[in-house]
Design a protein around this ligand. Structure first.
Ligand code: NAG
Ligand code: NAG
Ligand code: NAG
Ligand code: NAG
Length: 208
């Protein structure tokens, strides 16, 4: 959505709320506090330390939504509405990462996967911000993000999810959905779940 359109909608909704009687449903409250919000926001969670099984279920649900939302943008990179959502949800991923890293008895592979993610989330968020600000071209920024997510981040997320779910007895979880580009790129020799994470782990180590 163009900025001018967003500003227009903002003014339109302000004008509307000034001339209509106040409604007291929670829906109208939400709509009033975030007028430009076609863009949903991630749920704010309050996990215990260490997180419980239910905290991890909620964290997985948030994180899964973020993966889906960021994928949706990367699958349709000219769509600025999807970009706005992706930048918001990408910033919730480090929050869920911090929660999962606090799981008691997290396996070594889970801890390692988390460390990989800590080293990679910064550049993803900053690349998405750069597309939004115009500091980087959409092509350059999304190519970097695609490579990083397909070859390193998404496989590591899968490993951490499984480790956190196992340690808190949530059970088996599905792997994060891959964006479309993942099927068209070769990381070292193709991407597939855990194997790719192990390779990614190695390449991260080599790059430091
Ligand atoms: C962009 O994405 C939004 C949200 O999914 C959708 O409603 C809109 O139709 C898309 N715009 C274009 C031009 O495809
Ligand atoms: C979890 O996954 C493993 C390996 O894929 C499988 O053997 C096991 O039956 C699964 N457990 C549940 C509860 O689905
Ligand atoms: C993520 O969402 C998809 C689609 O709704 C679902 O099939 C999958 O089980 C979810 N994964 C997790 C870990 O919650
Ligand atoms: C990641 O790399 C470290 C250091 O090389 C290694 O100890 C660890 O086992 C690796 N983890 C995985 C999941 O491959």
């Amino acid at each position: 959505m163009q900025l001018s359109k967003i500003i227009y909608l903002l003014f339109a909704s302000t004008a509307l709320s000034a001339t209509t009687p106040p409604r007291r449903t929670s829906t109208s409250l939400r709509a009033t506090s975030t007028p430009a919000a076609k863009v949903a926001t991630p749920r704010v969670l309050k996990p215990a330390t260490p997180p419980t099984m239910s905290d991890i279920k909620n964290s997985l649900a948030n994180w899964n939504t973020s993966v889906y939302t960021v994928n949706a943008y990367l699958n349709d990179p000219q769509n600025t509405t999807k970009l706005a959502s992706a930048t918001v949800f990408a910033k919730d991923e480090p929050v869920q990462l911090a929660t999962m890293m606090k799981v008691a008895g997290l396996s070594t592979s889970g801890v390692n996967a988390g460390k990989i993610l800590m080293g990679n989330f910064g550049s993803i968020v900053s690349n998405l911000d750069s597309v939004q600000s115009g500091a980087m071209s959409t092509n350059d920024a999304t190519a970097a993000v695609n490579f990083n997510r397909c070859c390193t981040v998404l496989p590591a997320i899968g490993m951490l999810w499984q480790a956190a779910a196992t340690a808190t007895k949530v059970g088996n979880v599905s792997m994060p959905a891959l964006e479309e580009q993942c099927g068209m790129m070769s990381c070292a020799s193709g991407v597939s779940g855990g194997e790719a994470a192990v390779r990614a782990n190695g390449s991260i180590a080599a790059n430091r």
